[in-house]
Ligand binder design. Sequence first.
Ligand code: APR
Length: 169
Amino acid sequence: MGSTITLFRGDITKLKVDAIVNAANRTLLGGGGVDGAIHRAAGPELLEACRTLDGCKTGEAKITPGFQLPAPYVIHTVGPVWHGGKNREEELLERCYRNTLELSMKHQLTSIAFPNISTGVYGFPKALAAKIAIESVKEFLGKHGPLPEVIFVLFDSENETLYSTLLKK
Ligand code: APR
């Protein structure tokens, strides 16, 4: 059967899915926002594991165990910082979703939860980011057959409205 896309309003660190996605920075050494929440919930072993990964380029994705998280894996991806839209930001954000799904396929994961990558500290406009997230996930699932259950995790009401409106279309 195909894949399903669902929405979850709340804290991604609580989700018992195969992998939660971290909106990290290129050092992979932790930060604020969802990155900080995931490292706090996973415990210090996550930082140790990230240290061995030698960072991550914008648009790329790398996987680690989830340690003390309910999710056995974390897929770290680095979203683009919004600089007005003329620096390939849209393409790089699309790559985050595509590379993360490719990595989840490689590891035969069956459920994956995304935060709203780049829309916090990195300042990416929420409406455009929501459109890119849903379109790139739908396109990938359409091409790659039975794939993971994809959950979009919304942490604020604006994103919740954006995603539920877009998914109704
Ligand atoms: N669960 C789910 N979503 C969350 C959580 C949480 N516990 N905490 C924050 N978020 C949401 C934010 O509200 C936002 O919608 O995650 C989305 C992404 O925001 P950020 O975490 O700020 O990530 P981003 O905009 O991609 O910036 C990445 O921030 O934390 C640093 O180290 C990180 O430098 C990197 C930068």
